[in-house]
Write a protein that binds this ligand. Structure first.
Ligand SMILES: C[S@@+](CC[C@H](N)C(=O)[O-])C[C@H]1O[C@@H](n2cnc3c(N)ncnc32)[C@H](O)[C@@H]1O
Length: 253
C-alpha cells in the first residue's frame, strides 16, 4: 500500500469509528492509553518522524508499537479531524474502558485504595487533572456526578490519557460505590487528626457551590484541609492532591 492509500484508509477508519470513540489528543494521551491497555483504533500524525523521535526520547517502550500504529496524514487532514491539534501533531481514537469492569472494580470490597468522588464538577480541566492524580496515586477510580462527561475530549486531554489507568465513570449520587464517605469541606475536622482508610470514598464539592446538601447528608465524616484564616477555599484538583497525599499513595517500589 502506498502512503497515500494508507492515509486515505486511516481517514475512512477514523470517520467510521469517531462517533463512539474516545479522542486521544496528543502524544502523551496516546502513550498512556497504550501503556494502560486501551484498545486503540486509527492513529494519525502530521509528522511521523517527529513522533517517533519523541517516542525514542520519552517513551522508548512504545517506539516499535507507534511505528506500526501511526499513519502520517497531511497537516490539513489532521486539522479537519481534531479541532485544536495538539502541539505534538498526534491524535488517535480508542474504545472507552468497559463500564461494567469499572463498576465492578469500584464495588469490590475490601478495596486497597480510595475512590475519588467529584460532586457535579463544572470544569473539564479539573476533572482531567483529578483523573491524572488518581492514576498516579493508584486510586481505584474517579466517580463524577452531574451532567459533565468525564470522558469528554477536554478531560481526556488534561488527564493525559490516564483514564485507562483507573476506573472513571459518571454515576448518580444514589449509586455511589460502597465504603465510608469522607467529604472534604473547610468546616470539617482537620485531616491531620485522622487517617483516610483504603476503602474510603473521598468526595469533593463543585467549584462553584461546594458540596451539595445531598452529599453532606450522606457523609461519614466531614474533613478539612488546613488553611489560614481569610482564605475561603483551595482549587478542586489541588484539594484532591492533598487528600490523596495524606491517604498515602502507592507502596514504594
Ligand atoms: C473550589 S472549592 C469550592 C468553593 C465553593 N465556592 C464553596 O463555596 O465551597 C471545591 C471543593 O474543594 C474542596 N476544598 C477546597 N478547599 C478545602 C478545604 N480547605 N478543606 C476541605 N476541602 C476543601 C471542597 O470539597 C470544595 O467543595
Amino acid at each position: 500500500m502506498t502512503q497515500d492509500d494508507a492515509g486515505a484508509a486511516v481517514l475512512r477508519a477514523w470517520g467510521a469509528a469517531a462517533p463512539d470513540a474516545v479522542l486521544l489528543d496528543g502524544f502523551h494521551a496516546l502513550k498512556h492509553a497504550l501503556r494502560f491497555g486501551a484498545r486503540v483504533g486509527p492513529a494519525v500524525t502530521s509528522d511521523k518522524a517527529a513522533a517517533l523521535a519523541l517516542a525514542a526520547e520519552l517513551a522508548d517502550d512504545l517506539t516499535d508499537v507507534l511505528r506500526e500504529l501511526l499513519v502520517e496524514v497531511p497537516a490539513q487532514a489532521l486539522r479537519e479531524l481534531v479541532p485544536r491539534v495538539h502541539p505534538t501533531g498526534v491524535a488517535a481514537l480508542a474504545a472507552r474502558r468497559d463500564r461494567q469492569a469499572n463498576l465492578d472494580a469500584m464495588a469490590q470490597l475490601p478495596r486497597t485504595s480510595p475512590v475519588v468522588v467529584l460532586d457535579n464538577p463544572r470544569n473539564l480541566g479539573n476533572v482531567g487533572a483529578v483523573i491524572r492524580l488518581a492514576a498516579g496515586f493508584g486510586a481505584t477510580g474517579v466517580v463524577t456526578t452531574g451532567d459533565l462527561d468525564p470522558w469528554h475530549p477536554n478531560a481526556v486531554r488534561s488527564g493525559a490519557g490516564l483514564h485507562y489507568a483507573t476506573a472513571v465513570e459518571r454515576l448518580p449520587l444514589e449509586e455511589l460505590p460502597p465504603g465510608p464517605l469522607y467529604v472534604l469541606d473547610p468546616e470539617g475536622e482537620d485531616i491531620r487528626s485522622l487517617a483516610v482508610p483504603d476503602d474510603a470514598l473521598i468526595a469533593f464539592g463543585s467549584e462553584r457551590h461546594g458540596i451539595s446538601p445531598e452529599l453532606r447528608a450522606r457523609a461519614t465524616r466531614l474533613v478539612a484541609l488546613p488553611m489560614r484564616p481569610q482564605v475561603s477555599s483551595y482549587n478542586l484538583a489541588t484539594s484532591v492532591a492533598m487528600t490523596l497525599f495524606h491517604w498515602g499513595g502507592p507502596a514504594p517500589a
